[in-house]
Design a protein around this ligand. Structure first.
Ligand SMILES: *Cc1c(COP(=O)(O)O)cnc(C)c1O
Length: 363
């Protein structure tokens, strides 16, 4: 037998079947394209702010391990994110890592992670990585939370963890807060409210920490303009977070991220002006999409808009790309996302280029 066949036998034997069945998380190459696919903030910083940041980096001791508890940054985040007094905080290498830490802490055979669908794909993927079962509960046709279906699924599956993205990705809407409170009250385990898009939403469960013994709130700095730093945070009761902190690798937040995020949050008026601009441009973009024949945008409280096209969505996506505009094609997911595409709100000139390309793609 050839070496290749021997290796393939070993892989088939040792790599778990559910991992072999996965396809890797695909990030398309955006080289040379207008990049409106990944919910990034399109704006950079003023020159004097960049200079002040580089000055701060000069003082960083790269030869030393970072502060394992990232105390200075933690304090800055408490203030910037209005974490209620008395609630604990842990940080992750992106909120993706926090999802992984939570799953690792609860994982056992036959245990369930539950989330509404369509939703954020990492909940399902990380459940699989950790050997857990995943249950997706369909949203209603308008992408609102199906309260009765959620409560029935909770009763049936007794999930260890429920993830509720608020606003939801890829749909962009905010779920009804009363329905969420009913779900938190009915859940036998932990409920994670994932507020990745908080900067654009004007709604939060952060002030409600302490009202429930099984609620934690997750945020990230990615969508507000610091995606390259990889930093997420989880706020909630010390009793839960103390357990999660044991699973966290000691130096998960590197020293460049600690210093840079602290600096950026010190200047968060700049980031807040950018996110406010994005919210205004979201409204213009939504109106422009609604005015196009055969295009139906869904309401958004995030920095992206999901929309359905009447024709062949794959062809529209390809035509946009051929014209130099990269968005996200959700048509392959099928079901309620059939015919759907998702565009991130970019700079006004990028949004205009997207609209022009879309107009010609559907003509
Ligand atoms: C983007 C996103 C995240 C991941 O954020 P990172 O902090 O960049 O890992 C988490 N949840 C939802 C719903 C997201 O859309």
């Amino acid at each position: 037998m050839s070496n290749d066949n021997l290796m393939s036998d070993k892989i088939t034997h040792w790599i778990r079947p559910e991992i072999r069945a996965l396809s890797a998380y695909h990030v398309p190459d955006a080289e040379g394209l207008i990049k409106l696919d990944a919910m990034e903030n399109p704006y950079t910083w003023p020159d004097d702010m960049v200079e002040a940041w580089l000055q701060r980096l000069r003082g960083v001791a790269l030869n030393r391990y970072p502060d394992p508890a990232a105390r200075a940054l933690g304090q800055r985040l408490r203030e910037a994110m209005a974490v209620p007094a008395g609630q604990a905080l842990i940080l992750g290498n992106g909120s993706d890592e926090l999802i992984q830490i939570i799953a690792q802490a609860v994982a056992a055979p036959d245990r369930v992670i539950l989330a509404p669908e369509p939703g954020f794909v990492m909940y399902r993927m990380i459940a699989t990585f950790c050997g857990m079962d995943y249950v997706g509960v369909p949203l209603a046709a308008d992408f609102s939370l199906d309260r009765e279906a959620m409560l029935a699924a909770i009763e049936q599956h007794r999930p260890a963890v429920i993830f509720l993205a608020y606003p939801n990705n890829p749909t962009g809407n905010l779920f009804d807060s009363e329905a969420m409170a009913a779900i938190i009250a009915a859940a036998p385990g932990l409920v994670v409210v994932d507020e990745a898009y908080h900067a654009f939403a004007d709604a939060s469960f952060m002030p409600r920490l302490g009202e429930f013994d099984n609620l934690v709130v997750m945020r990230t700095v990615s969508k507000m303009g610091l995606a390259g730093l990889r930093l997420g945070l989880l706020a909630g009761p010390e009793a839960w977070l103390g357990e999660f902190d044991k699973v966290r690798l000691p130096y998960n937040i590197n020293v460049l991220t600690q210093v840079s995020a602290d600096f950026a949050l010190q200047h968060r008026d700049v980031l807040e002006a950018q996110t406010a601009q994005i919210c205004r441009d979201r409204e213009h973009l939504w109106q422009a999409l609604a005015a196009l024949p055969g295009v139906t945008p869904f309401p958004s409280r995030a920095n992206f808009i999901l929309f359905r096209v009447a024709g062949d969505a794959d062809a529209v996506f390809a035509a946009l790309k051929a014209q130099g505009v990269l968005i996200k094609n959700l048509n392959p997911a099928g079901g309620p996302l059939a015919g759907c595409l998702r565009v991130t709100v970019g700079r006004p000139e990028e949004n205009a280029a997207f609209l022009q390309a879309l107009q010609s793609a559907i003509a």
